[in-house]
Write a protein that binds this ligand. Sequence first.
Ligand SMILES: [Zn+2]
Length: 356
Amino acid sequence: MSTRREFVEGAAGAAGIAFVACNLTSATPVQAQGRRREVVVNGRRVKTVDVHAHCAVPEAMALMGRKVEPQTLLMSQPADRIRAMDEQGIDVEALSINPYWYKADRDVARELIRIQNEKLAEACAANPDRFVAFASVALQHPDLAAEQLEEGVKKYGLRGAGVGGSVAGEDLADPRFHPFWAKAEQLGVLVFIHPQADGAAADLKPRLRGSGGLENAIGNPLETTIALSHLIFEGTLDRFPGLKICAAHGGGYLPSYAARSDAICVTFPDRCTKPLRKKPTEYLKQLYFDSLVFTPEALRHLVAETGPNQIVMGTDYPFPWTRTSVDHILGTPGLSDDERVAMLGGTAARLLGIKA
Ligand SMILES: [Zn+2]
């Protein structure tokens, strides 16, 4: 059994990434190099916010023997990231880190999260006009996660929490996570739910092999669909009515087939064993969803099911799903100027405490 120090050094060497490579702290404010796209709606300059932007902290990953992939996740060269933001018309990114630490014991999880949240805070402080961040939390230890969220918000100035769609095989609606949800509600901060590659779809892995990258293509949205459905049907959203939750990838499949969640309790009432305060679909109107649904028709439908003030822009940077998130919102027919402004950044700015 190696000590953690040896483990860290071994992992760092194996990864070929010197710790200094994550040069978050010394990052001087980055001046725009190229042309910065400024988004305007009907003569109004809009501060655009991307709520779905990944990054990684190699020092923390080393504690779990992991390395950063792809390298573009690194914040060591914020100029590259800011250049991409400038090209796409993104003024502010809300950074989050995809959980990989849900199997870590309490001591490792405590240290790992401390490092990550410190580094996130430093990255934001270096370019405060361009970055805010979601705290990472060790949700497998719910009481610790509640502490980490509070510290992240109060000590490090982070704007909410990023969590997986499940926690080492457990659903977010499991009562053992109530202390975390209670803290998020009490602090009034946004919780960004992003699916886990080894999440709910893990059981389906054998069937998701083959062409099409189905583990990602349909496994990720399925994980989000399951997570949100449990939060609704288990009564978690009733128990914590002030929760602010944003789901990645447009909420997965849930908004696409929402009415079935109402119909199940009508058709098979004995299967809906927990009384809810409202119809399942009505909870969609209190949740937030990113706009990463690709087409104007999909965005139109998402708005129809959830409401124009529930959509926030998400790019999934640095994964190249899209470079046209701004144009997607600008180009979707049937939206008012105010609705476009809200989706491009107004709603996210309010939720994340970003000054206009
Ligand atoms: Zn993502």
